[in-house]
Write a new protein. Structure first.
Length: 338
């Protein structure tokens, strides 16, 4: 896959929800040579504009890929030096248990549980982080209340062009938008805003204000989606390795039929493998774009992943590449409706 080193760099950067600065600077560095304008808003969203030609059917397209990953925050330092934590995004207590985490300052720790993990019943309040401190005073030399930490999950190659890493949700989308920006020479009919959003894992907080500022005609969330092709607690049709997913519906949004149709047309014209996505749990930045200003037509582009929201997400490099190609093709599509 082209520029895979950048995908690895993005996944390994620290970017827990609300603390996306390290990821943002990588993206700013990569986008700068190709952008007509770059600005950062008060929320921390990075808004990258690539202007199109003066077409009578010109649209403002807003792609949104969130920079943040799930993690934890220190809420209390106990007398024995262990750290009680709360969620920054949705974490599975079972997958966090006995795993390693890293704080922004480089301090590392291991997640433990007060009692058995089975008795915790997926309650993160039962978890703690052990940084090796002797007691509370010792722990305070290394961390303080409010410090965020994220998973340590190295970037690994698996069989059949599949990879495993932390924060594929949603550094995949960030990578796809950067690659689509590189492919945009400005000859298309649309002004395209590549927006790298913050705090999606906390309720799609960043994309709403960004959409309010841009006032797009079309909004497209570029994200991951849970796969259903392995033993898990979800049911649906998403499969890893079967192409990029074109979102139809999730609990937070029903995508505009014209947007879905345009994406399918782009896939057929460019011979991009794709599948339709319908999920009954989860949501994306499409929801907040949809409800911004007086309403925005929205769609979604996603990559099916196994084991999402943990340190060992699995995805197909071919699906990731297909998503970047769809973003590039959709940006150049001419929309003839009003």
């Amino acid at each position: 896959m082209r520029n895979e080193a950048l995908l690895e760099e993005l996944t390994q950067a620290f970017g827990v929800a609300g603390f996306e600065g390290e990821v943002r600077e990588i993206i700013r560095r990569e986008a700068q040579p190709y952008a007509d304008e770059i600005r950062e808003d008060a929320m921390g969203n990075l808004i990258v504009l690539k202007k199109g030609t003066d077409s009578p059917n010109k649209k403002r397209i807003m792609f949104a890929a969130h920079m943040d990953e799930i993690g934890f925050m220190v809420k209390k330092i106990l007398p024995d030096g262990t750290l009680l934590i709360c969620n920054l995004g949705w974490n599975w207590a079972g997958s966090a248990y006995n795993e390693r985490v890293r704080f922004r300052n480089g301090v590392t720790g291991v997640v433990g549980c007060r009692g058995s993990i089975e008795d915790a019943k997926n309650d993160v309040k039962k978890l703690f982080v052990d940084i090796g401190a002797k007691d509370a005073e010792d722990a305070k030399k290394y961390v303080r209340l409010g410090d965020p930490c994220g998973y340590m999950g190295p970037y690994l190659h698996m069989q059949n062009d599949r990879i495993c890493s932390k924060s594929l949700d949603n550094r995949i989308g960030c990578w796809q938008l950067l690659e689509a920006l590189r492919d945009n020479d400005g000859s298309g009919p649309n002004d395209v805003y590549y927006v790298f959003t913050v705090q999606e894992e906390l309720g799609c907080r960043g994309s709403g204000p960004a959409a309010e500022a841009i006032r797009p005609d079309i909004g497209v969330a570029v994200d991951i989606t849970p796969a259903h092709d392995y033993p898990c607690d979800l049911e649906g049709s998403n499969e890893v390795g079967k192409g990029v997913a074109v979102k139809v519906c999730d609990p937070s949004v029903v995508c505009d039929e014209r947007i879905v149709s345009a994406m399918e047309t782009c896939c057929r014209q460019m011979e991009i493998p794709y599948q339709l996505e319908v999920i009954d749990q989860g949501g994306t930045d499409a929801s907040s774009m949809n409800l911004s200003h007086y309403g925005v037509r929205v769609g979604g582009i996603a990559v099916a992943t196994r084991y999402p929201h943990c340190q060992s997400c699995v995805a197909s490099l071919k699906d990731i590449e297909a998503g970047a190609r769809l973003c590039a093709a959709f940006a150049k599509h001419e929309f003839i409706w009003g």
